[in-house]
Design a protein around this ligand. Structure first.
Ligand code: TXA
Ligand code: MG
Length: 347
């Protein structure tokens, strides 16, 4: 056990880079320690990307397999040029349009960051977060910051400092608490070394938004085909799953009502993952949790991981979940839900 410090920071405060709490957290980072901090997507667990020991601490605290590379978080274009050998014109266009923001871009690496961080690959994934606390921390430390999501490997990503405390208390030097994150699902990961570029993980920036700027992009076939390994090593692992057995029910409300009614003949306790619009329609279920408004998919993304975590503190054995259209942020929502359900679907 190590002592985990808690720094509370108001993301709207002026001159965050010189805030004493941010400076204390930045000092930990430059001393080689690892620190969790909010980004606009989820909380990240940061360490000096150039220092093997810091990177090793990250893998160890999360229990993360060492073949799963980390994202480098930077705050300036100068830092990107230090890390990548070349930024092709389309990648530059993406940076100009979506940075700072929830887009991670894979480029050829200069070998400047730790080999442990890139898991020995010749590419490196780079992201410039827009969250003021993340930006201030990166600038105050003066370092490129390696940061995966700040959860125990396999758990839903943390969208609140409490989630980080739950998973990593006693294992990391500190947490910068900047309140709830905004987007709620992780950044989109796009491989800029292929033509056309390939989405390796759907996330905060939708396919439609990307295509508006650079034209057609491909989906990594490994995202949906069980016989093909995903190109982002992290996408092959079991992830986000609540303790109860979860099923997706694309047919929707009426079908879920039937399934819940049927469970009344079993001794299993049944949960329903639904939306504000439908929450009153499952009186027979033992636990009904909502993840936002169906009419506002952004609200679903924002709440999704907290709801999945919440099911673990409820006494349920099985969860039936509504599904969402795979357009816009819906592609990321459905990717996370299918993983949480380990691919189980009931027609
Ligand atoms: O929103 C986010 O991206 C959050 C916040 C903290 O920034 N970070 C995050 O990191 O989700 P992580 O480590 O949980 O997910 C990174 C994903 C993994 O699936 C990893 O395999 C993939 O990106 N990845 C990283 N570098 C890669 C590379 N060079 N080639 C292919 N995939 C890569
Ligand atoms: Mg993660």
């Amino acid at each position: 056990m190590i002592e985990t410090q808690l720094w509370r920071v108001d993301p709207e405060a002026a001159d965050l880079e010189n805030d004493p709490q941010i400076k204390a957290a930045a000092k930990c980072l430059s001393d080689g320690e690892i620190v969790a901090f909010p980004t606009e997507t989820v909380y990240g667990l940061g360490g000096n990307a150039k220092f093997n020991d810091s990177v090793r601490k990250i893998y160890e605290a999360k229990g993360r397999p060492s073949d799963n590379p980390l994202i480098v978080h930077i705050a300036t274009m100068e830092q990107v040029r230090e890390i990548c050998t070349e930024i092709n014109p389309l990648a530059k266009k993406l940076m100009d349009t979506f940075w700072p923001g929830p887009l991670t871009i894979i480029l050829p690496s200069r070998g400047e960051v730790s080999d442990a961080m890139t898991a020995g690959l010749s590419t490196v994934s780079v992201r410039m977060p827009s969250h003021p606390v993340a930006r201030a921390l990166i600038l105050a430390s003066g370092l490129p910051i390696a940061a995966p999501s700040a959860n125990t490997s396999g758990h839903p990503s943390p969208t609140q400092a409490d989630h980080v405390l739950h998973d990593l208390y006693g294992k990391i030097a500190g947490i910068v608490d900047g309140g709830e994150t905004g987007v709620g699902v992780e950044s989109t990961v796009i491989d800029a070394t292929t033509t056309p570029m390939t989405i390796l993980r759907p996330g905060g920036i939708s396919r439609e938004q990307l295509e508006e700027v650079i034209g057609p992009v491909a989906d990594d076939p490994g995202l949906t085909r069980p016989d093909q390994a995903p190109k982002a090593p992290g996408m092959k692992y079991k992830h986000y799953a609540p303790e109860a057995t979860m099923y997706l029910v694309p047919a929707g409300k009426t079908r879920i009502q039937e399934l819940v009614a049927h469970e009344k003949n079993s001794d299993r306790r049944v949960g329903v993952l639904t939306t504000e619009e439908n929450k009153k329609d499952f009186p027979q279920a033992d636990v009904v949790l909502t993840c936002g408004r169906r009419s506002e998919p952004e609200s679903v993304a924002h709440n999704l991981f907290a709801v999945l975590r919440n099911f673990d503190s409820q006494d349920v054995d099985v969860i039936y979940s509504e599904t969402f259209a795979e357009t816009g942020i819906g592609q990321a929502i459905m990717n996370r839900l299918s993983k949480a359900a380990a691919g189980r679907v009931i027609e």
